[in-house]
Design a protein around this ligand. Sequence first.
Ligand SMILES: Nc1ncnc2c1ncn2[C@@H]1O[C@H](COP(=O)(O)OP(=O)(O)OP(=O)(O)O)[C@@H](O)[C@H]1O
Length: 267
Amino acid sequence: MQVLERTTTSAPEGRAADVAPLIVARGLTKAYDTRATVLQGIDLEIQEGERVALIGANGSGKSTLLKSLIGLHSISDGTLSCFGHPVGPEAGRAQRLRMRRQTGFVFQKHCLVRRRSVLSNVIHGLFGEPGSWRAFSHSLAPLEWRNRAMQALADVDLEHKALHRADALSGGQQQRVAIARAIVRRPRLLIADEPAASLDPLSGHNVMELFTHLCRTQGITLIYTSHDMAHAMDYADRIVALKRGKVFFDRPVTKVAPADLKDTFDD
Ligand SMILES: Nc1ncnc2c1ncn2[C@@H]1O[C@H](COP(=O)(O)OP(=O)(O)OP(=O)(O)O)[C@@H](O)[C@H]1O
């Protein structure tokens, strides 16, 4: 693939400084049950085009925050808006669907359908579009969806594997297929929960480089969690550190010192 060179991080070019944030959270609080509050009054604004790394110790609330920000988890208190609209029960079905269409998801376990072709797996990213049953297989999908999926595969440099079975690919290649599945909707926002955690160092590096490339070329906003501090420092514009469900620090990556990272993980 063409994106092996390590690049320096910078905000995407051409971003207007005065546009409304893509995500605004105020006093965001989340409790799964009455015994423990997992997120405690999070204030956060994320601008369009930013790459934001969420870091923190196990159980600090990174995944919960990631999923809450886009309405996959309900919040217990506070306010939250995404794409300029409120997230939560007050958002109607049409609005939730609109939000989903603008968001791509990548998780540590890519959950591809092993026996299906790579192309079909990418087309599965179009479930939720009108006529979704056609997204079941590439042979049912309209030409326009197949073309979009081939373009997404080209973006992750896997066009040549389109008709291979998903389980015939390496772990790193399968994660790139999962990224193609996430970007086939042409999302404004990509949410990635430990996207490189199950990959070897080189494949992990390639996946993070690929995110950087997609964000730069397609203007996608990226929010990802990582336990790998090199992945946080090298591929984000900004780091949000959580400690016991609160924001411990939130600053541009250029202003994060090694001591900040150490303090994040100290008890
Ligand atoms: N579905 C759930 N139901 C109940 N409690 C949950 C649920 N998901 C997470 N938790 C709890 O919320 C807390 C934060 O979990 P979360 O997965 O958000 O943390 P994390 O920082 O992503 O952790 P890790 O780095 O281990 O993935 C933990 O105490 C966890 O047990």
